[in-house]
Design a protein around this ligand. Structure first.
Ligand SMILES: *[C@@H]1O[C@H](CO)[C@@H](O)[C@H](O)[C@H]1NC(C)=O
Length: 323
């Protein structure tokens, strides 16, 4: 134990030296160990476990004095609610500092912690014998009370009239300490409240039957609270509102389609006409060429054959004429 404490002291000394070098100030060891927050239940007693540390240099001061422990609200002034030096009558919140301050134990038992005193409480150490030892320990302990749910409200998203088939999320909000354990949803049908579902949110795919008044209820161990009824309106005119747009859209589409088809038709027709025109032009030429060619060739052949015959006849004739 001796060795360990010596080592840790050396380590702390080293840290202190580093801090001294960096900040030019000695490392402070003032510290308080308490829970960050405590929830008081109703008017029952409240135990605040507490220990504090002071720099070793002040240990002698603590030993040689009658220490006083004080609890005060965070805003420090004359907000002291309990002093270990006071009698119960003098303290705003009655209680006993059960821990021995000389052994750095500031554990305090409040007899009953009033509901209106929810706040952060700071511990202060004072020494009657000396002015040197006086310290306010930060941060403090936050003390709060359990509460039945408050400010319970039902909200709808989206808000306002909802078109058919659209999803609507109903959310229940509430302030409660301890937190809300259970949320319930109800529908108010002409004053008769009927349970719908449990859960903080309720998702509805809205149909006409879903419209009406909704309310939620938040429960915790301290109680429950219902929200005001929230209307969920069904937007029935949605279809008729959309009809002109749909018709207009369809008409525009049809027009565009007709124009496209006409343009296409015109283009293909003109292409075909052009082709036919080209074809017919080409056809005439070939026909002419062909006829010319055939005629001329025939003519040539005829001519040549005629010429051949013409040559032969005079010979025969001369042969016949010869005898
Ligand atoms: C501090 O004092 C309380 C009350 O007397 C005691 O229950 C607790 O054990 C002490 N804590 C330490 C660390 O000594």
């Amino acid at each position: 134990m001796e060795g360990i404490s010596t080592t840790s002291q050396m380590f702390l000394g080293f840290i202190a030296f580093i801090t001294f070098l960096l900040k030019g100030a000695l490392c402070q060891q003032w510290s308080l160990r308490t829970p960050q927050s405590i929830v008081a239940v109703g008017g029952s007693c409240l135990l605040v476990p507490c220990r504090f540390e002071i720099p070793a240099a002040y240990d002698a001061d603590l030993k040689n004095c009658t220490p006083t422990g004080l609890w005060s609200k965070k805003v420090f002034g004359e907000n002291i609610v309990l002093s270990s030096a006071n009698t119960d009558d003098q303290n705003i919140i009655k209680g006993v500092m059960e821990g021995n301050l000389l052994s750095k134990n500031c554990t305090t038992l409040f007899n009953s912690f009033p509901a209106g005193y929810d706040d952060t409480y700071i511990f202060r150490l004072e020494c009657a014998g000396t002015n040197r030892l006086k310290y306010i320990f930060y941060p403090g302990v936050h003390i709060s009370h359990t509460d039945a749910p408050k400010n319970t409200v039902a909200l709808s998203s989206p808000s306002g009239p909802v078109p058919d088939g659209r999803a609507v999320t109903l959310t229940c909000q509430s302030d409660a300490n301890p937190p809300v354990e259970r949320y319930s949803w109800y529908k108010d049908i002409s004053g008769q409240v009927t349970w719908k579902a449990n859960g903080q949110t309720l998702v509805l795919l809205v149909s006409k039957a879903d419209s009406g008044l909704y309310l939620c209820e938040a429960h915790n161990e301290k109680g429950s609270q219902r929200s005001k009824a929230m209307p969920l309106e069904f937007e029935s005119g949605q279809c008729s509102v959309m009809v002109p747009y749909i018709i207009c859209g369809v008409m525009v589409l049809l027009y565009v389609l007709t124009v496209t088809v006409d343009v296409y038709k015109y283009k293909s027709l003109s292409r075909r006409l052009k082709q036919q025109l080209e074809l017919s032009e080409k056809g005439d030429n070939t026909y002419t060429n062909l006829t010319i060619a055939s005629i001329s060739s025939d003519y040539d052949q005829l001519q040549t054959s005629r010429a051949a015959r013409g040559e032969a006849h005079p010979g025969r004739r001369s042969e016949r004429a010869a005898p």
